[in-house]
Design a binder for this molecule. Structure first.
Ligand SMILES: Cc1cc2nc3c(=O)[nH]c(=O)nc-3n(C[C@H](O)[C@H](O)[C@H](O)COP(=O)(O)OP(=O)(O)OC[C@H]3O[C@@H](n4cnc5c(N)ncnc54)[C@H](O)[C@@H]3O)c2cc1C
Length: 384
């Protein structure tokens, strides 16, 4: 196969994994990022004063059921055990999340066993709602008003900036309650934290003689002509200069503060009351429980609608966005010599393991298309 010149826009997980696979296949890979660091939103860096490893764009916990992805990340980093146990402060008390038997018994002042709790919650559920249409109706149908208002309503309003009655029921797909004392946030077989942080892992993925990384380098449309193919992990609407309008995102503001000792005793504390303006506080040293630090670094996290200069975090994907997305996706599908990848390129929320799996698939699809002398698809994973 002829060695080609490939441009990867974005030095996050998507760009790194695709770039590495294609460099190993003999291609000449250039990875650019407009930021001054690699790692995308998974970027981690040590706070120089305290030595605490900080998840700069918000907390990232690696979890997967995909053994291939787990093998992949373990090639580039040593993963140490980490269990995600989230707490929430609501109505003046602290509870365990996701809502589990401990939460139910504490909240209602009961000592219910699993079967009793299931029957109790069934009694709380609003069975007059036959076909839930909104998030609110879905929650009322599943858990009833008390749990909904204490644990789901305020947090959701702050996170999405609208009433849960305006959000689709599909956001709350399953019963958000467990009838055991298991408070591990994820059910996946593999879960852990890279010992030296995600940026060290992604540095190793990008460390290949066939890869050149250029930071502080925003993509300009004219760059594409110097390459045989572009993999674009930037925002889909950005590729078109936002000419049909901007796809909606939620952005996050982090109010950073440092203290001596411990601040909250856990990594993530949610705040369920709508009167508290932040959604959660993250205490970063708890993401590395094997380390010891005298000081601590915390982020108070606020969610709001993203403006043009903000970091796009969560795609909104309501009715209006889906119509605009359909328009951009149809135009993108016709584009030549470019493949749209990752969470921004396909306008979807993707966990890290899914991002890596899709990046592996994308690199394989490129190599297969070249072997078969077929067109490389604009989307290996479609946005809709
Ligand atoms: C708050 C938050 C918490 C999360 N927590 C978890 C978690 O606990 N577990 C989990 O599995 N996943 C988590 N994720 C998801 C995780 O962040 C993504 O899976 C991952 O970042 C996707 O990688 P990516 O390369 O597709 O995108 P990104 O990481 O966003 O990388 C895209 C890169 O492209 C660059 N770029 C964009 N436009 C341009 C341009 N025009 N020119 C040059 N460069 C450009 C950006 O600077 C960025 O570095 C979380 C996401 C968020 C928002």
């Amino acid at each position: 196969m002829r060695s080609e010149k490939l441009l990867l826009v974005g030095a996050g997980l998507s760009g790194a994994v695709i770039g590495r696979t294609l460099a190993e296949a003999g291609h000449s890979v250039t990875v650019i990022d407009k930021r001054s660091h690699i790692g995308g939103n998974c970027h981690t860096e040590r706070d120089p004063a305290s030595g605490v490893m900080v998840h700069v764009y918000g907390p990232h916990i690696f979890h997967t059921d995909d053994a291939g992805v787990w093998d992949y990340v373990n090639r580039y980093a040593r993963f140490l055990p980490y269990k995600n146990q989230v707490k929430t402060t609501t109505r003046g008390s602290v509870y365990s999340l996701p809502i589990n038997l401990h939460t139910i018994n504490q909240f209602f002042g009961r000592t219910l066993r699993p079967e009793e709790a299931a029957a109790f919650i069934e009694d709380q559920a609003d069975t007059s709602i036959e076909v839930p249409e909104s998030f609110e109706e879905q929650a009322l149908r599943f858990v009833g008003r008390d749990l909904y208002e204490a644990f789901l309503k305020g947090y959701t309003m702050k996170q999405w900036g609208c009433a849960p009655s305006e959000l689709p029921a599909s956001i709350l797909k399953r019963l958000p309650v467990r009838f055991t004392y298991d408070d591990n946030y994820f059910f996946h077989r593999f879960q852990g934290m890279p010992e030296d942080g995600y940026t060290a892992m992604i540095t190793r993925i990008l460390d290949h003689p066939g890869i050149c990384v250029l930071l502080d380098t925003p993509f300009e449309p004219g760059m594409a002509q110097d390459f045989d193919h572009v993999f674009y992990a930037g925002p889909l609407d950005g590729w078109f200069g936002y000419d049909a309008g901007r796809l909606g995102y939620r952005t996050l503001d982090f109010e950073r503060f440092c203290e001596r000792g411990d601040w909250q005793g856990c990594a993530v504390m949610n705040y369920g009351d709508v009167t508290v303006p932040w959604t959660r506080i993250t205490e970063h040293k708890y993401f590395a429980p094997w380390e010891r630090h005298d000081e601590t670094v915390c982020y108070r996290e606020y969610s709001r609608a993203a403006g043009p200069g903000d970091v796009p975090y969560y795609p909104v994907r309501l009715v209006a966005e889906k119509a605009l997305l359909g328009d951009y996706a149809a135009r993108a599908a016709e584009a030549e010599r470019v493949t749209f990848v990752g969470r921004l390129g396909t306008y979807r929320y993707l966990d890290m393991d899914v991002t890596i799996r899709e990046a592996m698939d994308t690199a394989a699809a490129f190599l297969a298309a070249r072997t078969a002398r077929k067109r490389v698809p604009a989307f290996v994973h479609a946005p809709l």
